[in-house]
Design a protein around this ligand. Structure first.
Ligand SMILES: [Zn+2]
Length: 232
């Protein structure tokens, strides 16, 4: 990890949601298939100029709705890592995310740090969240899990037992600060082929994130990049 990668260190925003842990994970040693030795996916595909956009901590009106409008207009798929409590508050938005063809991810019930939690506690949290997502969108696949704060602990194995692969990220841009649209776009440009970009539609005002994505998509397409969804 380098440059605009896992730079961490910012405090969580007022609602207690944030991105990567302050210390992050060690840099380097990312195998060719993009899966770390602990099973966490950071890169998807075989080195093509593809990008996977992921959005955490929602659903969160109005930013999630604005983002969905944008992604539909640009025909860009994404992964939405949903927080269970927010799913219960906004099931309509979750249904729209699925109906628009995006991939659903589990991001825990209330964004607790589960890094030190026992497998039983993790299992209960992930299952409760899965149940909420499936109540909002019956029958929808939920193929991915992302640990809050990137604090994986026992969650990778428990998620696997529940049919979910663990997805981390290649590029984090600290959009929870937020640093301004120009700076967000600049940081997103640090993505590598196949890289997963960590963004947030929830946890606070994410209008800068939506504006940055609106600029980033056409910019990268002009340069020959494609936006793809990971395998469901
Ligand atoms: Zn989060």
């Amino acid at each position: 990890m380098s440059g605009a990668g896992r730079v961490g260190g910012a405090a969580a925003d007022g609602e207690g949601f944030d991105g990567p842990p302050p210390d992050g994970a060690p840099a380097g040693d990312r195998p060719a298939d993009g899966v770390r030795s602990d099973g966490v996916i950071e890169v998807v595909g075989g080195g093509e100029r593809t990008i996977v956009l992921t959005f955490d901590d929602g659903p969160n009106p109005p930013d999630t709705a604005d983002l969905l409008d944008l992604l539909a207009r640009e025909d860009v798929p994404a992964v939405f890592f949903l927080v269970g409590e927010r799913v219960v508050e906004h099931p309509d938005l979750v249904a729209r995310i699925a109906a628009d063809g995006h991939v659903l991810g589990n991001h825990s019930w209330q964004h607790d740090d589960l890094g030190d939690a026992s497998p039983d506690v993790v299992h209960a949290d992930l299952t409760r969240t899965l149940d909420a997502i499936r109540a909002a969108v019956p029958g929808a696949p939920v193929p991915y899990w992302r640990a809050p704060f990137g604090s994986w602990g026992a969650t990778v194995d428990v998620a696997a037992s529940l049919g979910m692969r663990s997805m981390g990220w290649h590029t984090a841009v600290e959009d929870w600060v937020p640093p301004g649209v120009d700076e967000l776009v600049r940081r997103m440009e640090a993505v590598a082929p196949g890289g997963v970009i960590l963004l947030h539609d929830g946890g606070g005002d994410r209008s800068q994130t939506v504006a940055a994505v609106a600029r980033f998509v056409p910019l990268m397409r002009e340069r020959g990049w494609q936006f793809v969804a990971p395998p469901a």
